[in-house]
Design a binder for this molecule. Structure first.
Ligand code: PXP
Length: 237
């Protein structure tokens, strides 16, 4: 299983004082040096963490894989087509939310997402759709020709009840199997951390996990390199 590190909150801390540090480019370099298979950043409509200039700087410094998370809006699509990351993860976005809440409704937005996918395909950019572990959404995602899906692990991660945890886990596992059987790459993420990653790593159909907040928080105490290495150890079993 691969680990992609989301470094949005390096930019959140940088923006707190409006200066240049901590630098997302330096963070990406440290994460890659510690073994991360990719760097994830989210360009939000309100630019609350990553700025357009960060994407340009990251584009020319990332040596593994740049995964740009974004909403499928015209402004951001045009930027993404200029940046040309290796992977785009399409997510739903609302201005008021603290972080991405819920997955994309691919069924309801099939036509729009299908045309967006086509624009990226023409530029040889791979696309992943961030969706709930829901059979109907996975079929819809495969129907419109996505390369990958990212299964939303938020409900699993936020649950304290043992039977609920098992139920969500089962759903994620079934969804990962379905995704694979339809020929899709399967990523997963949201809310994953040092305390809940183990059960996810036991699902062999998941190719990659995307983790941000937990790693950046751990980095405050042990440093970013160590925080990524600790997660790498868990992800690799
Ligand atoms: N995957 C997606 C699609 C996300 O939107 C986020 C949050 O930016 C993550 C993964 C990472 O979530 P977390 O920061 O909780 O690890």
């Amino acid at each position: 299983m691969r680990l992609a590190v989301n470094i949005d909150h390096i930019a959140t801390i940088r923006n707190a004082r409006g200066g240049k540090v901590p630098d997302p480019v330096e963070a990406a370099r440290i994460c890659e040096g510690a073994g991360a298979a990719g760097i994830v950043c989210h360009l939000r409509e309100d630019r609350r963490h990553m700025k357009d200039s960060d994407l340009l700087a990251l584009r020319s410094s990332i040596t593994t894989k740049m995964d740009l998370e974004m909403a499928a809006t015209e402004e951001i699509i045009e930027i993404a087509l200029r940046i040309k990351p290796e992977l785009i993860t399409l997510v739903p976005e609302r201005r008021q939310e603290l972080t991405t809440e819920g997955g994309l409704d691919v069924i309801a937005k099939k036509k729009h997402l299908s045309s967006v996918l086509e624009r990226f395909r023409r530029e040889n950019i791979h696309v992943s759709l961030f969706i709930a572990p829901d059979e109907r959404q996975i079929h819809a995602a495969a129907d419109i020709g996505t390369d990958m899906i990212e299964l939303h692990t938020g409900e699993y991660a936020n649950s304290d009840e043992e039977n609920e945890i098992q139920e969500y886990l089962q759903r994620i596992h079934e969804s990962a199997k379905l995704g694979k059987s339809l020929g899709l790459g399967v990523n997963s993420g949201h809310g994953l951390g040092y305390d809940n990653i183990k059960l996810i790593t036991a699902i062999p159909e998941i190719d990659e996990v995307s983790i941000g907040y937990a790693i950046i928080v751990r980095a405050l105490f042990v440093g970013l390199e160590q925080a990524v290495k600790e997660m790498m150890t868990l992800v690799n079993g």
